[in-house]
Every structure is written in C-alpha cells, then in structure tokens.
Write a protein that binds this ligand. Sequence first.
Ligand SMILES: Nc1ncnc2c1ncn2[C@@H]1O[C@H](COP(=O)(O)OP(=O)(O)OP(=O)(O)O)[C@@H](O)[C@H]1O
Ligand SMILES: [Mg+2]
Length: 326
Amino acid sequence: MQATPAPARSTSVPGDAAIVARNLSKRYGSARKGVDALSEVNLTIPRDRIYGLIGRNGAGKTTFVRIAGTQLLPTSGSLTVLGHDVLTEASTIRLSIAAVPQESRPLYFLNVDELIFLYLMTRGMERREARRRTDSILEELSLAPVRKRLVSHLSGGMRRRAMVAMVLASDADVIFLDEPTTGLDPFARREVWAAIRRAKREHRTVLLTTHYLDEAEALSDRLALIEAGQVKVEGTPTEIRDRVRLPYRVSVQGGFVRSELEPFGEVSAFDGGFLVFAREKDARELAMAALSRGARVALGPVSLEDIFLQIVGRPLDDGMDAETEA
Ligand SMILES: Nc1ncnc2c1ncn2[C@@H]1O[C@H](COP(=O)(O)OP(=O)(O)OP(=O)(O)O)[C@@H](O)[C@H]1O
Ligand SMILES: [Mg+2]
C-alpha cells in the first residue's frame, strides 16, 4: 500500500474529474520562432474512466500527457490533476500518478521481475503487496517466462510490455499510457487492453494515447481528437459516431470515374479506387450500381478512422505535409 495517503478529493472539480485543462497552451521555443504544440485546449477527463487521446503525428498528444504528468510546464492556461495544479502542486500530483512515456528507457541492468517489483517498492508500496502485484502482472501480460531476463536482453515489444506492466501494476490513481501498444503483436495488444480495463475496474483513471483507432474505440469511455494542438472533437465513441453527417462508407475499385460518384456523397481517392461517405440510401444505391458494373465494392458503417478523415480531411497516418486527396 502507498505510504502517503491519496490527496483529498476536491469539491471544485466539475463532475468529479481526474484532469481538467482550461485554455491550456504550450509553445516550444521562443515566442517569435517557436512551435505551438497546444493552443487553448479545454478538456475534462472524468475519474475512474479510460480516456483516449487520438491525433496524427505532431498533434500535441504527448505534450498534453507530459504536462498532466508534471514533466513539462504549460506556457499558459491551467491544468489540474485530482484537483491539484500542475504549476504549484506538482509534488502532490506525483504521488498519485504513474506514466509510461512514449520513449521509455527502462533500467537495462535489471531483470523484468526486478524492474516491476522495485518500481512498486520505490512508489512506497508494502513489500508483500508489491510481490503479489508483480507476480500478477507478469502473468497477466505473459511476461512470466522472461521474468529473470535482463531488460536489456528483451525484444523491443517485450521491453515495451515490461514498461507497461510496471505502470499497470501500480496503485496510482491516474495512469498515463503514451502509445502503450505501439510495436506489440496482436496477442500482446489484447493482453494490455485487458490489463487497462482491469485498472479501470480498480478505480484508476487511464489517459491513453494511441494511433490505433480500433484500440481507442474499444477501450475509451471518452475520446478527444487533437489536430494541430486543438481539440477537434470530444465525446463518447457513440456520440462521436452520431455527430457524423455521412455515416456510411462505400469503397469502390474500378468501373467509375470520380464525377460519377460525386452525386452519392463525399468522394476521396483511396487505395487505387475511391472512398465515398454517404447517407444510407445513397450508399445502398451506389453499391448496387457498382455491382452491376462489375466493380469491386464494399459497404459498411464508418469507422473511427473514417470519422477522422471526415473531420480532419485526411487520414490519421497521412504524413505531416501530405495534401489531402479529397
Ligand atoms: N521538445 C520539443 N521541442 C520543440 N518542439 C517540440 C518538442 N516536443 C514536441 N515538439 C513539437 O510539438 C508538436 C507536438 O508534439 P507532440 O510530441 O506533442 O505530438 P504527438 O501528438 O505526441 O505526436 P506523435 O503521434 O508523433 O507522438 C510537434 O510539432 C513537435 O514537433
Ligand atoms: Mg506522442
């Protein structure tokens, strides 16, 4: 158990939030020649929930996580964690948080078991509890067979898992996971998902960033889409879906030129063919027309990835300087 009592819950936090950002801005570098990584961000992240931050490379996700994790100071605006201000109460906040940074360098001279166990002990956990939690997370993330292996001798994905294990074994109230499953195989990803859900059941708040939109959708109670340092959409996955004007996607390969597709919906070039976002009726009509012309066609509801495309105008994995093909 943690030696220091958890900070008292603040009654001023709206809706019992874990993290509240108000007009939060971060500029790296000088006022004249810097980069605006976050601009006037307002976010309320509820307690005891999983919250997903999504957005393209350079959108500002890690910057937000680092400010909330008290590793970086904001340029202006405010951010509180469990009611405590990052500017004035960072040391109090640090007692209740645990973080896996995007670029993590674990202590290579330790083995996996020691890495987790010593981390829990340095957080002030009682020895027996630290032992119990270490054993449990090693099983949960299938790390038991490599528990005695030096962290420096692990594969990249295994090392990532060891870092995630460390944090998910902790008793921190707020857990920051910056791309926890990047580089993990599909089985390991599912195990990490299960461990994240377990952390939620234990009344921890998880702030997660990811480039896998299926992951964001599967795990998050709420999501924020950040683009160029600004929150573009925020809500539950269902709310975000409901906000989409054209809820069906039809991909068509062959048989059509672009202008023939435009009456059906919003057309973009996609995978050597076209992607059309459409209303249900138009989507069905287009699918029938495409079939009768012998084109390859697929019809379905939009994915979170498509919603991203509709809102931002280009896909999540598109390069920073790429022009939209739409
Ligand atoms: N230490 C730094 N100094 C200067 N600029 C920085 C620094 N860290 C980040 N930036 C810039 O701030 C912006 C936001 O970066 P950030 O790392 O927060 O993005 P991200 O959403 O986490 O991206 P990714 O998906 O690639 O991890 C980018 O333009 C980035 O180049
Ligand atoms: Mg990042």
